[in-house]
Design a protein around this ligand. Structure first.
Ligand code: F0G
Length: 463
Protein backbone atom coordinates (compact mmCIF):
# COMPACT_ATOMS: atom_id res chain seq x y z
CA UNK A 1 0.00 0.00 0.00
CA UNK A 2 1.98 2.93 -1.25
CA UNK A 3 0.06 5.74 0.45
CA UNK A 4 -0.47 4.11 3.86
CA UNK A 5 1.86 5.68 6.43
CA UNK A 6 0.68 3.60 9.41
CA UNK A 7 2.20 0.52 10.92
CA UNK A 8 -1.08 -1.32 11.45
CA UNK A 9 -2.25 -2.98 8.27
CA UNK A 10 -6.04 -3.12 8.26
CA UNK A 11 -8.42 -5.40 6.38
CA UNK A 12 -9.24 -3.32 3.27
CA UNK A 13 -12.96 -4.12 3.42
CA UNK A 14 -15.91 -3.90 5.75
CA UNK A 15 -18.29 -6.74 6.37
CA UNK A 16 -21.81 -6.70 4.95
CA UNK A 17 -22.91 -10.26 5.49
CA UNK A 18 -21.79 -12.57 8.28
CA UNK A 19 -21.87 -16.28 9.04
CA UNK A 20 -21.71 -17.67 12.59
CA UNK A 21 -18.70 -19.77 13.54
CA UNK A 22 -19.09 -23.36 14.75
CA UNK A 23 -18.31 -23.21 18.47
CA UNK A 24 -18.01 -26.66 20.05
CA UNK A 25 -16.93 -28.12 23.36
CA UNK A 26 -13.78 -30.18 23.68
CA UNK A 27 -15.97 -33.24 24.19
CA UNK A 28 -17.90 -32.57 20.98
CA UNK A 29 -14.63 -32.23 19.08
CA UNK A 30 -13.31 -35.47 20.55
CA UNK A 31 -16.48 -37.25 19.40
CA UNK A 32 -16.34 -35.62 15.97
CA UNK A 33 -12.69 -36.53 15.45
CA UNK A 34 -13.18 -40.13 16.58
CA UNK A 35 -16.19 -40.49 14.27
CA UNK A 36 -14.06 -39.03 11.45
CA UNK A 37 -11.35 -41.68 11.94
CA UNK A 38 -8.88 -38.96 12.96
CA UNK A 39 -9.13 -37.53 9.46
CA UNK A 40 -10.42 -33.94 9.48
CA UNK A 41 -11.67 -34.24 5.90
CA UNK A 42 -14.51 -36.27 7.45
CA UNK A 43 -15.41 -33.70 10.11
CA UNK A 44 -18.56 -31.71 9.34
CA UNK A 45 -17.72 -28.08 8.64
CA UNK A 46 -20.19 -26.83 11.24
CA UNK A 47 -18.01 -28.51 13.87
CA UNK A 48 -15.02 -26.44 12.73
CA UNK A 49 -14.28 -23.03 14.27
CA UNK A 50 -11.52 -21.69 12.00
CA UNK A 51 -11.26 -23.56 8.73
CA UNK A 52 -7.76 -23.38 7.25
CA UNK A 53 -8.13 -26.63 5.29
CA UNK A 54 -7.83 -24.80 1.98
CA UNK A 55 -7.85 -21.41 0.29
CA UNK A 56 -9.69 -23.02 -2.62
CA UNK A 57 -13.29 -22.03 -3.25
CA UNK A 58 -13.48 -20.52 0.23
CA UNK A 59 -13.17 -16.81 -0.64
CA UNK A 60 -15.71 -14.25 0.45
CA UNK A 61 -17.14 -12.58 -2.65
CA UNK A 62 -17.52 -8.82 -2.83
CA UNK A 63 -20.74 -6.86 -3.16
CA UNK A 64 -19.74 -6.21 -6.78
CA UNK A 65 -19.34 -9.93 -7.44
CA UNK A 66 -22.78 -10.64 -5.98
CA UNK A 67 -24.16 -7.85 -8.13
CA UNK A 68 -22.44 -9.39 -11.16
CA UNK A 69 -24.11 -12.70 -10.29
CA UNK A 70 -27.49 -11.06 -10.79
CA UNK A 71 -26.35 -9.99 -14.25
CA UNK A 72 -25.54 -13.56 -15.23
CA UNK A 73 -26.91 -14.51 -18.63
CA UNK A 74 -27.97 -18.14 -18.52
CA UNK A 75 -28.33 -18.67 -22.26
CA UNK A 76 -27.02 -22.07 -23.29
CA UNK A 77 -24.91 -20.74 -26.15
CA UNK A 78 -23.28 -17.36 -26.69
CA UNK A 79 -24.29 -15.93 -23.31
CA UNK A 80 -23.35 -12.31 -22.73
CA UNK A 81 -21.60 -13.41 -19.53
CA UNK A 82 -19.20 -15.54 -21.54
CA UNK A 83 -17.98 -12.51 -23.47
CA UNK A 84 -17.52 -10.51 -20.27
CA UNK A 85 -15.45 -13.39 -18.88
CA UNK A 86 -13.52 -13.97 -22.09
CA UNK A 87 -12.54 -10.30 -22.23
CA UNK A 88 -11.32 -10.32 -18.61
CA UNK A 89 -9.15 -13.40 -19.27
CA UNK A 90 -7.80 -12.06 -22.57
CA UNK A 91 -6.94 -8.67 -21.06
CA UNK A 92 -5.03 -10.39 -18.28
CA UNK A 93 -3.32 -13.27 -20.08
CA UNK A 94 -3.11 -12.05 -23.65
CA UNK A 95 -4.09 -15.58 -24.77
CA UNK A 96 -6.12 -15.95 -27.94
CA UNK A 97 -8.38 -18.83 -26.93
CA UNK A 98 -10.31 -18.89 -23.66
CA UNK A 99 -12.07 -22.04 -22.49
CA UNK A 100 -14.10 -21.99 -19.27
CA UNK A 101 -14.16 -25.10 -17.06
CA UNK A 102 -15.77 -25.89 -13.73
CA UNK A 103 -12.47 -25.99 -11.81
CA UNK A 104 -8.72 -26.30 -12.29
CA UNK A 105 -8.47 -30.05 -12.58
CA UNK A 106 -10.97 -30.07 -15.46
CA UNK A 107 -8.52 -27.91 -17.43
CA UNK A 108 -5.76 -30.39 -16.59
CA UNK A 109 -7.83 -33.41 -17.58
CA UNK A 110 -8.78 -31.80 -20.91
CA UNK A 111 -5.24 -30.72 -21.72
CA UNK A 112 -3.63 -34.06 -20.98
CA UNK A 113 -6.36 -36.01 -22.78
CA UNK A 114 -4.56 -35.01 -25.99
CA UNK A 115 -1.08 -33.96 -24.81
CA UNK A 116 -0.41 -36.87 -22.46
CA UNK A 117 0.13 -40.53 -23.23
CA UNK A 118 2.79 -43.20 -22.76
CA UNK A 119 6.35 -42.08 -23.41
CA UNK A 120 5.59 -38.41 -22.68
CA UNK A 121 7.12 -36.43 -19.81
CA UNK A 122 5.87 -33.16 -18.37
CA UNK A 123 8.39 -31.01 -16.51
CA UNK A 124 7.52 -28.43 -13.85
CA UNK A 125 8.87 -26.54 -10.86
CA UNK A 126 6.31 -28.69 -9.02
CA UNK A 127 3.09 -30.30 -10.18
CA UNK A 128 0.07 -29.92 -7.95
CA UNK A 129 -1.38 -33.36 -7.00
CA UNK A 130 -4.31 -33.22 -9.43
CA UNK A 131 -2.03 -32.07 -12.26
CA UNK A 132 0.29 -34.97 -11.58
CA UNK A 133 -2.65 -37.39 -11.35
CA UNK A 134 -4.11 -36.21 -14.67
CA UNK A 135 -0.72 -36.54 -16.36
CA UNK A 136 -0.16 -40.02 -14.93
CA UNK A 137 -3.67 -41.24 -15.77
CA UNK A 138 -2.91 -40.37 -19.41
CA UNK A 139 0.12 -42.68 -19.27
CA UNK A 140 2.68 -39.86 -19.18
CA UNK A 141 5.02 -39.02 -16.32
CA UNK A 142 5.34 -35.80 -14.31
CA UNK A 143 8.79 -34.69 -13.15
CA UNK A 144 9.32 -31.94 -10.54
CA UNK A 145 12.43 -29.77 -10.81
CA UNK A 146 12.32 -27.30 -7.91
CA UNK A 147 15.43 -25.34 -6.97
CA UNK A 148 17.32 -27.09 -4.14
CA UNK A 149 16.59 -24.33 -1.63
CA UNK A 150 12.87 -25.16 -1.88
CA UNK A 151 13.71 -28.13 0.35
CA UNK A 152 15.63 -26.03 2.84
CA UNK A 153 12.72 -24.73 4.91
CA UNK A 154 14.88 -22.38 6.99
CA UNK A 155 16.45 -20.72 3.98
CA UNK A 156 14.75 -17.33 3.51
CA UNK A 157 15.52 -17.03 -0.24
CA UNK A 158 12.85 -14.91 -1.90
CA UNK A 159 12.01 -17.19 -4.85
CA UNK A 160 11.95 -20.77 -3.67
CA UNK A 161 9.20 -21.47 -6.22
CA UNK A 162 11.71 -21.21 -9.11
CA UNK A 163 12.37 -24.14 -11.41
CA UNK A 164 15.98 -25.38 -11.41
CA UNK A 165 17.15 -24.22 -14.86
CA UNK A 166 20.16 -26.53 -14.99
CA UNK A 167 18.05 -29.56 -14.18
CA UNK A 168 15.46 -28.36 -16.70
CA UNK A 169 18.06 -28.39 -19.48
CA UNK A 170 19.42 -31.77 -18.48
CA UNK A 171 15.89 -33.23 -18.20
CA UNK A 172 15.14 -31.99 -21.72
CA UNK A 173 18.30 -33.77 -22.93
CA UNK A 174 17.42 -36.90 -21.00
CA UNK A 175 13.77 -37.27 -22.09
CA UNK A 176 14.12 -35.63 -25.51
CA UNK A 177 12.33 -32.40 -26.47
CA UNK A 178 9.92 -34.22 -28.78
CA UNK A 179 8.64 -36.28 -25.84
CA UNK A 180 7.97 -33.24 -23.69
CA UNK A 181 4.58 -31.76 -24.63
CA UNK A 182 4.97 -28.85 -22.25
CA UNK A 183 6.78 -27.32 -19.31
CA UNK A 184 4.65 -26.00 -16.45
CA UNK A 185 5.44 -23.31 -13.92
CA UNK A 186 3.06 -23.46 -10.98
CA UNK A 187 2.71 -19.91 -9.64
CA UNK A 188 2.95 -19.93 -6.68
CA UNK A 189 4.32 -23.36 -5.74
CA UNK A 190 1.54 -24.78 -3.59
CA UNK A 191 3.27 -28.08 -2.82
CA UNK A 192 6.25 -26.46 -1.09
CA UNK A 193 5.15 -23.44 0.86
CA UNK A 194 3.26 -21.24 -1.61
CA UNK A 195 6.63 -19.85 -2.69
CA UNK A 196 6.70 -17.50 -5.68
CA UNK A 197 8.48 -17.91 -9.01
CA UNK A 198 10.59 -14.90 -10.00
CA UNK A 199 10.05 -13.07 -13.27
CA UNK A 200 13.65 -13.76 -14.10
CA UNK A 201 13.05 -17.49 -13.72
CA UNK A 202 9.88 -17.33 -15.85
CA UNK A 203 11.80 -15.45 -18.54
CA UNK A 204 14.78 -17.84 -18.45
CA UNK A 205 12.48 -20.86 -18.54
CA UNK A 206 10.70 -19.38 -21.55
CA UNK A 207 14.07 -18.92 -23.30
CA UNK A 208 15.02 -22.55 -22.77
CA UNK A 209 11.56 -23.71 -23.88
CA UNK A 210 11.79 -21.59 -27.02
CA UNK A 211 15.19 -23.01 -27.83
CA UNK A 212 13.80 -26.56 -27.70
CA UNK A 213 10.37 -25.56 -29.11
CA UNK A 214 8.50 -26.76 -26.03
CA UNK A 215 5.45 -24.70 -25.05
CA UNK A 216 5.53 -23.12 -21.59
CA UNK A 217 2.30 -23.11 -19.54
CA UNK A 218 1.52 -21.44 -16.25
CA UNK A 219 -0.60 -23.17 -13.63
CA UNK A 220 -1.82 -19.77 -12.55
CA UNK A 221 -4.19 -20.54 -9.66
CA UNK A 222 -2.36 -17.96 -7.53
CA UNK A 223 -1.00 -15.63 -10.23
CA UNK A 224 -1.86 -12.40 -8.38
CA UNK A 225 -0.12 -13.46 -5.18
CA UNK A 226 2.90 -14.46 -7.27
CA UNK A 227 2.86 -11.10 -9.09
CA UNK A 228 2.67 -9.19 -5.82
CA UNK A 229 5.55 -11.19 -4.35
CA UNK A 230 7.58 -10.33 -7.48
CA UNK A 231 6.83 -6.66 -6.84
CA UNK A 232 7.97 -7.05 -3.21
CA UNK A 233 10.99 -9.19 -3.73
CA UNK A 234 12.41 -8.58 -7.22
CA UNK A 235 13.85 -5.07 -7.06
CA UNK A 236 13.29 -3.99 -10.68
CA UNK A 237 9.54 -4.56 -10.30
CA UNK A 238 9.10 -2.50 -7.13
CA UNK A 239 7.33 0.34 -8.94
CA UNK A 240 5.47 -1.60 -11.60
CA UNK A 241 1.69 -2.01 -11.16
CA UNK A 242 0.86 -5.60 -10.17
CA UNK A 243 -1.50 -5.93 -13.10
CA UNK A 244 1.38 -5.22 -15.50
CA UNK A 245 3.61 -7.66 -13.64
CA UNK A 246 0.93 -10.33 -14.01
CA UNK A 247 0.54 -9.51 -17.72
CA UNK A 248 4.29 -9.81 -18.18
CA UNK A 249 4.28 -13.21 -16.44
CA UNK A 250 1.66 -14.46 -18.91
CA UNK A 251 3.47 -12.90 -21.87
CA UNK A 252 6.23 -15.52 -21.62
CA UNK A 253 3.78 -18.44 -21.75
CA UNK A 254 1.89 -20.08 -24.60
CA UNK A 255 -0.95 -21.14 -22.36
CA UNK A 256 -2.25 -21.35 -18.84
CA UNK A 257 -4.70 -23.29 -16.72
CA UNK A 258 -6.39 -21.76 -13.77
CA UNK A 259 -8.29 -22.92 -10.76
CA UNK A 260 -10.34 -19.75 -10.36
CA UNK A 261 -11.27 -20.96 -6.86
CA UNK A 262 -8.10 -19.25 -5.65
CA UNK A 263 -7.09 -15.92 -7.18
CA UNK A 264 -10.33 -15.26 -9.05
CA UNK A 265 -12.01 -14.96 -5.64
CA UNK A 266 -14.90 -17.28 -6.49
CA UNK A 267 -16.31 -20.45 -5.00
CA UNK A 268 -16.23 -22.43 -8.24
CA UNK A 269 -14.71 -21.99 -11.69
CA UNK A 270 -11.61 -22.23 -13.81
CA UNK A 271 -10.28 -21.87 -17.32
CA UNK A 272 -7.81 -23.02 -19.89
CA UNK A 273 -6.37 -20.25 -22.08
CA UNK A 274 -3.93 -20.81 -24.91
CA UNK A 275 -2.60 -19.50 -28.19
CA UNK A 276 -2.49 -22.65 -30.31
CA UNK A 277 -5.64 -22.94 -32.43
CA UNK A 278 -5.29 -26.64 -33.03
CA UNK A 279 -4.91 -27.40 -29.34
CA UNK A 280 -7.89 -25.16 -28.58
CA UNK A 281 -9.95 -27.14 -31.07
CA UNK A 282 -9.03 -30.43 -29.42
CA UNK A 283 -9.66 -28.98 -25.98
CA UNK A 284 -13.14 -27.78 -26.97
CA UNK A 285 -14.03 -31.21 -28.31
CA UNK A 286 -13.06 -32.74 -24.99
CA UNK A 287 -14.82 -29.91 -23.16
CA UNK A 288 -18.13 -30.71 -24.81
CA UNK A 289 -17.80 -34.35 -23.76
CA UNK A 290 -17.26 -33.64 -20.08
CA UNK A 291 -17.99 -30.04 -19.18
CA UNK A 292 -20.41 -28.44 -21.60
CA UNK A 293 -20.69 -26.09 -24.54
CA UNK A 294 -17.60 -23.86 -25.06
CA UNK A 295 -19.33 -20.68 -23.89
CA UNK A 296 -20.18 -22.04 -20.45
CA UNK A 297 -17.85 -25.03 -19.78
CA UNK A 298 -19.59 -26.62 -16.80
CA UNK A 299 -20.50 -23.32 -15.16
CA UNK A 300 -23.54 -21.09 -14.91
CA UNK A 301 -23.45 -17.71 -16.66
CA UNK A 302 -23.46 -16.06 -13.24
CA UNK A 303 -20.26 -17.92 -12.30
CA UNK A 304 -18.53 -16.48 -15.37
CA UNK A 305 -19.56 -12.98 -14.29
CA UNK A 306 -18.24 -13.50 -10.75
CA UNK A 307 -14.91 -14.79 -12.11
CA UNK A 308 -14.52 -11.83 -14.47
CA UNK A 309 -15.07 -9.43 -11.60
CA UNK A 310 -12.80 -11.45 -9.25
CA UNK A 311 -9.93 -11.38 -11.74
CA UNK A 312 -10.06 -7.57 -11.57
CA UNK A 313 -10.45 -7.29 -7.80
CA UNK A 314 -7.62 -9.65 -6.97
CA UNK A 315 -5.15 -7.25 -8.61
CA UNK A 316 -6.09 -4.42 -6.27
CA UNK A 317 -2.81 -3.61 -4.56
CA UNK A 318 -4.41 -2.69 -1.23
CA UNK A 319 -6.03 -6.10 -1.20
CA UNK A 320 -2.79 -7.88 -2.09
CA UNK A 321 -0.81 -5.95 0.46
CA UNK A 322 -3.27 -7.00 3.16
CA UNK A 323 -3.38 -10.55 1.85
CA UNK A 324 0.36 -11.16 1.85
CA UNK A 325 0.84 -9.28 5.12
CA UNK A 326 -1.87 -11.27 6.89
CA UNK A 327 -0.25 -14.57 5.88
CA UNK A 328 3.10 -13.21 7.06
CA UNK A 329 1.48 -12.09 10.33
CA UNK A 330 0.42 -15.65 11.06
CA UNK A 331 3.90 -16.90 10.14
CA UNK A 332 5.59 -14.34 12.40
CA UNK A 333 3.28 -15.27 15.28
CA UNK A 334 4.04 -18.96 14.91
CA UNK A 335 7.78 -18.38 14.76
CA UNK A 336 7.56 -16.28 17.92
CA UNK A 337 5.70 -19.17 19.55
CA UNK A 338 8.64 -21.42 18.65
CA UNK A 339 6.86 -23.25 15.83
CA UNK A 340 9.13 -24.03 12.86
CA UNK A 341 7.63 -23.01 9.51
CA UNK A 342 8.69 -22.82 5.88
CA UNK A 343 10.40 -19.47 5.48
CA UNK A 344 9.78 -16.99 4.09
CA UNK A 345 5.98 -17.17 4.28
CA UNK A 346 4.50 -17.45 0.83
CA UNK A 347 1.28 -16.32 -0.76
CA UNK A 348 -1.65 -18.30 0.55
CA UNK A 349 -0.75 -19.93 3.82
CA UNK A 350 1.75 -20.92 6.43
CA UNK A 351 3.36 -24.35 6.32
CA UNK A 352 4.42 -25.81 9.66
CA UNK A 353 7.39 -28.19 9.67
CA UNK A 354 5.87 -30.95 11.79
CA UNK A 355 8.96 -33.12 11.41
CA UNK A 356 10.90 -30.58 13.46
CA UNK A 357 8.05 -29.46 15.71
CA UNK A 358 7.09 -32.99 16.76
CA UNK A 359 10.52 -34.57 16.35
CA UNK A 360 9.62 -37.27 18.89
CA UNK A 361 7.02 -38.71 16.49
CA UNK A 362 8.57 -40.82 13.71
CA UNK A 363 7.21 -40.46 10.14
CA UNK A 364 5.40 -43.82 10.31
CA UNK A 365 3.31 -42.34 13.13
CA UNK A 366 2.29 -39.36 10.98
CA UNK A 367 3.59 -36.32 12.91
CA UNK A 368 1.82 -33.94 10.51
CA UNK A 369 -1.54 -35.63 10.96
CA UNK A 370 -0.96 -35.81 14.74
CA UNK A 371 -0.54 -32.03 14.70
CA UNK A 372 -3.63 -31.59 12.51
CA UNK A 373 -5.69 -33.62 15.02
CA UNK A 374 -4.29 -31.76 18.02
CA UNK A 375 -5.07 -28.39 16.41
CA UNK A 376 -8.63 -29.49 15.92
CA UNK A 377 -9.02 -30.89 19.43
CA UNK A 378 -7.46 -27.86 21.09
CA UNK A 379 -9.04 -25.05 19.08
CA UNK A 380 -11.45 -26.40 16.47
CA UNK A 381 -8.91 -25.32 13.84
CA UNK A 382 -8.81 -27.39 10.67
CA UNK A 383 -5.61 -27.70 8.63
CA UNK A 384 -4.24 -30.20 6.12
CA UNK A 385 -1.33 -32.61 6.35
CA UNK A 386 1.17 -32.61 3.47
CA UNK A 387 3.41 -35.44 4.54
CA UNK A 388 3.49 -39.18 4.90
CA UNK A 389 -0.29 -39.57 5.07
CA UNK A 390 -0.51 -37.85 1.67
CA UNK A 391 2.69 -39.16 0.05
CA UNK A 392 3.97 -42.06 2.18
CA UNK A 393 3.96 -45.46 0.50
CA UNK A 394 4.14 -49.07 1.52
CA UNK A 395 6.57 -50.94 -0.74
CA UNK A 396 6.79 -54.71 -0.16
CA UNK A 397 5.36 -54.23 3.31
CA UNK A 398 7.92 -51.54 4.18
CA UNK A 399 6.88 -48.00 4.99
CA UNK A 400 8.47 -45.32 2.82
CA UNK A 401 7.89 -41.88 4.33
CA UNK A 402 7.35 -38.67 2.40
CA UNK A 403 10.25 -36.28 1.96
CA UNK A 404 8.53 -33.76 4.25
CA UNK A 405 6.04 -33.71 7.11
CA UNK A 406 4.18 -30.42 6.72
CA UNK A 407 0.92 -28.98 7.98
CA UNK A 408 -0.56 -26.29 5.76
CA UNK A 409 -2.62 -23.52 7.30
CA UNK A 410 -4.24 -22.15 4.16
CA UNK A 411 -5.87 -18.75 4.42
CA UNK A 412 -9.27 -18.30 2.77
CA UNK A 413 -9.39 -14.92 1.04
CA UNK A 414 -11.17 -12.02 2.79
CA UNK A 415 -12.77 -14.41 5.31
CA UNK A 416 -10.99 -14.19 8.65
CA UNK A 417 -9.92 -11.10 10.58
CA UNK A 418 -6.81 -10.46 12.61
CA UNK A 419 -8.40 -11.62 15.88
CA UNK A 420 -9.15 -15.00 14.31
CA UNK A 421 -5.48 -15.27 13.45
CA UNK A 422 -4.42 -14.11 16.92
CA UNK A 423 -6.53 -16.95 18.26
CA UNK A 424 -4.80 -19.47 15.96
CA UNK A 425 -1.42 -18.21 17.20
CA UNK A 426 -2.57 -18.57 20.82
CA UNK A 427 -3.59 -22.18 20.23
CA UNK A 428 -0.15 -22.88 18.71
CA UNK A 429 1.51 -21.26 21.72
CA UNK A 430 -0.36 -23.72 23.92
CA UNK A 431 0.61 -26.67 21.69
CA UNK A 432 4.25 -25.57 21.66
CA UNK A 433 4.35 -25.73 25.44
CA UNK A 434 3.05 -29.26 25.63
CA UNK A 435 4.21 -30.63 22.30
CA UNK A 436 6.12 -33.54 23.82
CA UNK A 437 2.86 -35.01 25.07
CA UNK A 438 1.32 -35.10 21.56
CA UNK A 439 1.03 -38.68 20.40
CA UNK A 440 1.40 -40.20 16.97
CA UNK A 441 -1.24 -42.09 15.00
CA UNK A 442 -1.50 -45.42 13.28
CA UNK A 443 -3.23 -46.14 10.02
CA UNK A 444 -6.36 -48.25 10.44
CA UNK A 445 -7.61 -48.14 6.86
CA UNK A 446 -5.47 -46.98 3.94
CA UNK A 447 -6.16 -46.36 0.25
CA UNK A 448 -3.80 -46.76 -2.65
CA UNK A 449 -4.76 -43.46 -4.27
CA UNK A 450 -5.50 -40.15 -2.56
CA UNK A 451 -4.99 -41.78 0.83
CA UNK A 452 -5.16 -38.54 2.79
CA UNK A 453 -8.76 -37.85 1.75
CA UNK A 454 -10.10 -41.25 2.71
CA UNK A 455 -7.76 -42.80 5.30
CA UNK A 456 -8.92 -43.75 8.79
CA UNK A 457 -6.49 -43.55 11.70
CA UNK A 458 -6.36 -44.09 15.46
CA UNK A 459 -4.20 -42.57 18.18
CA UNK A 460 -1.32 -44.60 19.60
CA UNK A 461 -1.72 -45.28 23.26
CA UNK A 462 1.84 -44.38 24.27
CA UNK A 463 3.99 -41.42 23.26
N1 F0G B 1 -3.25 -26.23 -9.39
C1 F0G B 1 -2.91 -25.79 -8.17
C2 F0G B 1 -1.60 -25.09 -7.99
C3 F0G B 1 -3.77 -26.00 -7.09
O1 F0G B 1 -3.42 -25.57 -5.88
C4 F0G B 1 -5.00 -26.66 -7.30
C5 F0G B 1 -5.92 -26.90 -6.20
C6 F0G B 1 -5.30 -27.09 -8.60
C7 F0G B 1 -4.40 -26.85 -9.63
C8 F0G B 1 -6.57 -27.82 -8.91
O2 F0G B 1 -7.62 -26.94 -8.93
O3 F0G B 1 -9.11 -27.70 -7.07
O4 F0G B 1 -9.90 -26.12 -8.84
O5 F0G B 1 -9.52 -28.49 -9.38
N2 F0G B 1 -5.63 -26.77 -4.99
C9 F0G B 1 -6.51 -26.90 -3.84
C10 F0G B 1 -5.73 -26.75 -2.57
C11 F0G B 1 -7.39 -28.09 -3.87
O6 F0G B 1 -6.31 -26.97 -1.48
O7 F0G B 1 -4.55 -26.39 -2.62
P1 F0G B 1 -9.12 -27.35 -8.53
Amino acid sequence: MTSWPWETIIEPFKIKSVEPLGFTTREEREDALRAAGFNVFHVRADKVLIDLLTDSGTSAMSAEQWAAIMRGDESYAGARSFYVFEKAVKDLTGMREVIPVHQGRAAERILFSFLGGAGKTVLANAHFDTTRANIEVSGAQAVDLPVPEAWDFENPSPFKGDIDLRRLESAIQEYGAKNIPLVILTVTNNSLGGQPVSMRNIRDTAKICLQYRIPLFLDCARFAENAYLIKNREAVYAKKPVREIAQEMFSYAQGCMMSAKKDALVNIGGFLALNDLDWAKQARQELILGEGFPTYGGLAGRDLEAMARGLEEVLDEEYLHYRIRSVEYLGDGLMEAGVPIIRPTGGHGVYVDAKRFLSHIPPEQYPGQALVCELYLAGGIRAVEIGSLMFGRRVNGRFEPAKMELVRLAMPRRVYTQSHIDFVIEVFRDLAQRKDSIRGLRLVEGFEHLNHFMAKLAPLSTA
